[in-house]
Design a protein around this ligand. Sequence first.
Ligand code: FE2
Ligand code: FE2
Ligand code: FE2
Length: 186
Amino acid sequence: MTEPRPMTKEALLSAYAGESMAHMRYLIYAEVAEREGFPNVARLFRAIAFAEQIHARNHLRRLKDVMADEKITAGAPIGIGNTSQNLELAIMGEEFEINEMYPIYIEIAKKQGDKAAEISFYYALSAEKIHAELFKEAKKYVDQGKDWPLNGYIWICPICGHTYVGKEPPPKCPICGALGKDYVKF
Ligand code: FE2
Ligand code: FE2
Ligand code: FE2
């Protein structure tokens, strides 16, 4: 693999930084949820934090031949509130990625013939759609003072970050085709 072209590289760097910050934010939001008595919401934040780590890792892998000190700019929701507010910030971040960032990044990678970057962005976009829905669902409960009802576990695909709720993982990842037995359980 060669170095990505400048525009694709810029998109990869920014996405890497955005995913890294989301990972950290969700771990911090998990601590708040735990403290406020929402253990299932805390678990959801931890599981999705892991999915964001996978996205960051995939983007960084595509950048592995860039041996340089880079200055990276990425948009990110800032702030720590209560769990309801943190879920709102999380939804905001996910929706930005779904509606603005990844569709454009995918087009850049496509135009520049960078299949690896395109796949990395596509994996992230597909998982973020599920994240936004799960956070919205959790917020409905938290806004009534209740924990998010979790029947089973949260499962994360270690290849693409696909996020699934159930007693067992899906037999196969619908995004990347990984086997269910490889999913990580939260
Ligand atoms: Fe992500
Ligand atoms: Fe996400
Ligand atoms: Fe997957």
